[in-house]
Each structure stands twice: as structure tokens, then as C-alpha cells.
Design a protein around this ligand. Structure first.
Ligand SMILES: [Zn+2]
Length: 49
């Protein structure tokens, strides 16, 4: 998934790991909702072409 605002990408195979990490460390569940954990923007699939 990709955040257009941060220009940051989280590969699909890292989403689960990242989600667990953020939930455990910070109590953030943004990734479950498809939102960027940094800015809260809705993330999109794949970087823009
Ligand atoms: Zn972002």
C-alpha cells in the first residue's frame, strides 16, 4: 500500500507485520483501515504510475 501524501510505500507482504508492530508498540490500528500510520491519509494500492 502507498501513501500519496508521505510518498511512503509499505509492501503488501509487510502490512501484517507492520500492523502488529504498530498495534503492539503504539496502539495504532491505522493499517487495518488502510490508513497511513504517519499522516492518517487513505492509502492506495501501488505507487502512482
Ligand atoms: Zn502518509
Amino acid at each position: 500500500m502507498y501513501c500519496l501524501r508521505c510518498e511512503r510505500e509499505i509492501p503488501d507482504d509487510e502490512m501484517d507485520k507492520k500492523n502488529e508492530e504498530l498495534k503492539t508498540l503504539y496502539g495504532i490500528d491505522s493499517l487495518e483501515k488502510g490508513e497511513c500510520p504517519v499522516c492518517g491519509n487513505q492509502m492506495v494500492r501501488g505507487p502512482p504510475v
